[in-house]
Design a protein. Structure first.
Length: 412
């Protein structure tokens, strides 16, 4: 990979995650406080990402990979994402806002896979080169949080969407400068992939193993309480009076980078099962900290609950991806990863989006349209994560063997 290609890919990653992070963290505050949408409506709005996560592999695999150069498809999708998100920002009632946001996510979610595909196709040593490029995405997410929360103070304003729209429009034009990446179907020797490949259905045969089945079921179930954090943390922090909440939440991404770099050491010392259990326990602990914390003397609990994000995300999601890679035979690894994504980011998060909104509505303070009993709200996902933790302790057995040459580093 030449320095020029590395620079272009890094800029793409930065702007892509900057555009996503500019609104997805703070949208809950905007919908609950400024738009006065219900908790259920807010949860459904966040659920558009899960619907798009289910659909996007089909679009990328069955359409783009067969017919279009990836960088050109990326350009069109980013420009459509900008237009649909801008339209969503102009809506004042839920139905048209939801429809526009769903269209936006259907355009945006495929860009995550396409961006990674372009990067991998132009790297000669992906395992060594990809992390250095992908980390710019996390930096972009952090930069968006600081700009929207601290510089612009736009957490309760439609301006957060406008920041993302500008970044997406720039990306739409910049994508044409990315290295040419022809469709896989036109690459000599490439195997034609079918619907089963992109849905990961071939991986269903792995469910015959009890531990793998427990892992998949537990992953689905734990993603339900996980969505409480993604959809409602920013709204919670703003409601209880935490200043610059979006900027403070970026401490979670900072810890994610630190723990990602330290994961090889943890893998050698702890192993897959312990890593997964620690990740689940961290989610339960985070919600208990949120339930007990406040913007005054208990602010340290909120900071700790945010900073533990590195453990929550890396130890569960990244460890899970590595477990699947080791458990699945070589010819099923791609299918198994697709199946895991469908189960977690698709089905699990979609259920969590709906349920979290219902719970938030159930604990609305009577007589106040924007106040909630957050201490009781956070206990619900805490108990949910703890219950899945117990199931894993009792029924999950890690029978995989690490490759002696594998240093435990997380894959893409």
């Amino acid at each position: 990979m030449t320095p020029s290609i590395r620079l272009r890919l890094s800029i793409m990653m930065f702007l892509q995650y900057f555009a996503w992070g500019a609104w997805t963290v703070t949208m809950g505050t905007y919908l609950l406080q400024a738009m006065r949408f219900s908790g259920e409506q807010t949860g459904l709005a966040y659920g558009t990402a899960s619907i798009a996560a289910i659909v996007s592999p089909l679009f990328v695999g069955l359409v783009v990979d067969r017919w279009f150069a990836s960088q050109r498809a990326l350009s069109v999708l980013f420009l459509l994402s900008a237009a649909t998100l801008y339209y969503a920002s102009t809506q004042t009632s839920f139905a048209p806002f939801y429809a526009a946001l769903l269209l936006h996510m259907l355009c945006f979610m495929p860009t995550l896979a396409l961006g990674n595909a372009i990067a991998f196709r132009h790297m000669d040593k992906p395992q060594q080169q990809f992390p250095g490029v992908r980390v710019l995405g996390t930096v972009g997410w952090i930069a968006a949080g600081w700009l929207v929360g601290y510089v612009l103070g736009a957490e309760n304003s439609a301006m957060q969407f406008h920041v993302a729209v500008i970044a997406l429009a720039v990306l739409g034009l910049f994508s044409l400068a990315l290295p040419h990446t022809p469709p896989l179907a036109r690459v000599e020797g490439a195997r034609k992939l079918g619907l089963r490949d992109f849905l990961g259905l071939d991986a269903l045969q792995l469910m015959r193993d009890r531990s793998f089945a427990v892992f998949v079921l537990g992953s689905l179930l734990v993603c339900i309480p996980l969505q409480f954090y993604y959809a409602f943390t920013n709204g919670f922090l703003n409601e209880i009076g935490v200043a610059n909440a979006a900027a403070k939440m970026t401490f979670g991404q900072m810890s994610e980078i630190a723990f990602m770099l330290a994961m090889p050491l943890f893998f050698r010392r702890l192993g897959i099962k312990a890593m997964l259990l620690i990740g689940m326990a961290a989610w339960a602990a985070r919600y208990l900290l949120f339930a007990a914390g406040d913007a005054g003397a208990g602010m340290w609990m909120l900071y700790l609950g945010i900073i533990v994000h590195g453990v929550c995300y890396d130890f569960f999601f990244v460890s899970g991806q590595i477990y699947v890679d080791r458990q699945a035979p070589a010819h099923l690894r791609a299918s198994a990863q697709g199946f895991l994504t469908l189960v977690t980011w698709g089905v699990g998060m979609l259920i969590g989006s709906w349920l979290s909104g219902r719970v938030v509505d159930a604990y609305r303070v009577a007589g106040d349209p924007v106040a909630h009993d957050w201490s009781r709200i956070w206990l619900v996902p805490a108990l949910g994560a703890a219950a899945v933790f117990v199931v894993f302790v009792l029924f999950f057995r890690d029978r995989t063997r690490a490759n002696p040459d594998d240093d435990g580093a997380a894959g893409p």
